[in-house]
Design a protein around this ligand. Structure first.
Ligand code: GDP
Ligand code: ZN
Length: 376
C-alpha cells in the first residue's frame, strides 16, 4: 500500500476517492491529514504519524494541482482551511510545517459571520450527516427546525432531525403526533426520537453516524452535548486532549473538534456551528420547502409571487388546507433573510471591486507614465 492511503486514517474517513485526490501531493512528498481544529493560523491534524500541528497561512485555494502557486489565503474566508478538511502537509522535519493545500471539499457548512459583516465563514467541511437536535422538553418551534434544515441542505450534507429527551413524552401516541408534525415540516428527512437518558433510539442514531462524518446542530440546551457523549463514550472523551507530536518536544493540550467514534464514523462538534445564520442558502431553503416549489410549478404565471395572482396553485393549496399558512410564512421569512444577506454580500463585493479598479487604474497610469518616459 502506498503512503497515500494510510490505514490509520481510515477511522477518520479516509477512502479511495480521497487517496486519488491526494495522489499528486503524495508525489511531492506531502503528508495527508484531517483537520481536527483550527486556531489563529495554526491547526491540529491527524496524520499517519499521529496528531501534528501545522501553520495554515499558506494554502492553495480551489486549484489543488501541484504546479499551482502557493498563495496567501488571507482575505478570502472561504479559502481558509477548517475542521474536517483533508489537507496536504509538509513532511516531518519541515520547519515551519505548513498546510500546503486542502483537497476539494465534498460538502461545507458556511454561515454569515455576524449581522454587520456579510462574509461567509466555513464552519466545517466534508460532513455527510447534519444531525439537528430538537428538544421535546419545550414546545416545537417548526420555523427554527426549517432554518436548521435550510443550512443543512445548503451544505450538501443529509439532514436528520433527532427529537431529544423523548423520555419526557412517555405517551406513545403523543410522541407519534410530534414526530409526524416534524416529518411534514421536513420532507425527505428522517425524524428520530431519542432519549439519551433512557437509551431509546440511541442505537439507531449510532448506526447512522457510523458511516461518514456527522455534525450536531441545534439550539443551546437541545441535548447536543449529551448526545455527543452517548455517541463517543466516556473513554473517547479522554482523547479530547491531544499531544503535539511534531517532534519539537512541545506538549500542548488542546481541545479538538473532530472525533473518531468508537463504533465507527466521525463526529464534528464545533461550538460555532451551534448558533447559525443563513448564508447564500437559497437552494437549501428551496429544498426545505420542496412541496411549495412543487405547487408553484402549477401556478399560471411562472414568476408568480403567490400573493394575489389568478391561477396561483400555492394560494389554492392554502385555501383547501393542504398547505399551512405557517409553512408559507416561514418559507417567505427564510427567503427574505437570505436575500438581505445576499444584498449585503453584493454591497461588499462592489466595494471590493471598486478597490481593485482603483488599484488597476493607478497601476495603469503608472505603466503609461513609464512608457511615456521611455519614449521620451
Ligand atoms: P446542549 O446545550 O445542546 O449541549 O444540551 P445538553 O446536552 O447540555 O443538555 C441540556 C439539558 O438537557 C441537560 O440538563 C441534560 O441533562 C438534559 N438532557 C439531555 N438529554 C436528555 C434526555 O435524553 N432526557 C432528559 N430528560 N434530559 C436530557
Ligand atoms: Zn403562485
Amino acid at each position: 500500500m502506498s503512503s497515500s492511503s494510510p490505514r490509520s486514517l481510515d477511522a477518520y474517513g479516509w477512502d479511495a476517492d480521497w487517496a486519488d485526490a491526494f495522489e499528486s501531493f503524495a508525489e511531492r512528498g506531502l503528508v495527508p491529514g484531517r483537520v481536527l481544529r483550527v486556531d489563529r493560523g495554526r491547526c491540529d491534524l491527524v496524520t499517519p504519524g499521529g496528531v501534528v500541528q501545522a501553520d495554515t497561512e499558506y494554502v492553495v485555494p480551489r486549484d489543488p494541482s501541484p504546479s499551482s502557486q502557493l498563495r496567501s489565503s488571507r482575505g478570502d474566508p472561504m479559502s481558509l482551511i477548517c475542521t474536517g478538511d483533508w489537507a496536504a502537509v509538509d513532511p516531518v522535519g519541515a520547519d515551519p510545517r505548513y498546510v500546503q493545500a486542502y483537497l476539494p471539499r465534498r460538502t461545507a457548512f458556511v454561515r454569515s459571520t455576524s449581522s454587520k459583516r456579510s462574509e461567509g465563514q466555513i464552519l466545517a467541511a466534508n460532513v455527510d450527516h447534519a444531525i439537528i437536535a430538537v428538544s421535546l422538553a419545550a414546545e416545537l418551534d417548526l420555523g427554527r427546525i426549517e432554518r436548521f434544515l435550510a443550512l443543512a441542505w445548503e451544505s450538501g450534507a443529509q439532514p436528520l432531525v433527532v427529537l431529544t429527551k423523548a423520555d419526557l413524552v412517555p405517551d406513545p401516541v403523543g410522541l407519534s403526533y410530534l414526530v409526524s408534525d416534524v416529518e411534514t415540516t421536513a420532507p425527505g428527512v428522517r425524524v428520530l426520537p431519542v432519549s439519551a437518558l433512557g437509551g431509546d433510539g440511541t442505537e439507531v442514531l449510532r448506526a447512522v453516524v457510523a458511516d461518514g462524518t456527522s455534525v450536531l446542530l441545534g439550539q443551546s440546551g437541545a441535548g447536543k452535548s449529551t448526545l455527543a457523549n452517548a455517541l463517543m463514550g466516556a473513554d473517547v472523551m479522554d482523547v479530547q486532549t491531544v499531544r503535539d507530536m511534531d517532534g519539537k518536544g512541545r506538549h500542548t493540550t488542546t481541545t479538538r473538534n473532530l472525533f473518531a467514534l468508537p463504533g465507527g464514523g466521525v463526529l464534528i462538534d464545533t461550538p460555532g456551528l451551534r448558533g447559525v445564520g443563513l448564508y447564500d442558502a437559497e437552494s437549501g431553503v428551496g429544498q426545505v420547502f420542496a412541496e411549495i416549489a412543487g405547487l408553484a410549478e402549477d401556478c399560471r404565471f411562472h414568476d408568480c409571487a403567490h400573493t394575489v395572482e389568478p391561477g396561483c396553485a400555492v394560494l389554492a393549496a392554502l385555501e383547501d388546507g393542504s398547505l399551512h399558512e405557517r409553512r408559507l410564512d416561514s418559507y417567505r421569512k427564510l427567503l427574505r433573510e437570505n436575500e438581505r444577506l445576499a444584498a449585503r454580500t453584493d454591497a461588499r463585493l462592489r466595494a471590493d471591486m471598486r478597490k481593485v479598479w482603483k488599484q488597476r487604474g493607478a497601476e495603469g497610469r503608472a505603466a503609461m507614465e513609464a512608457k511615456r518616459g521611455r519614449l521620451r
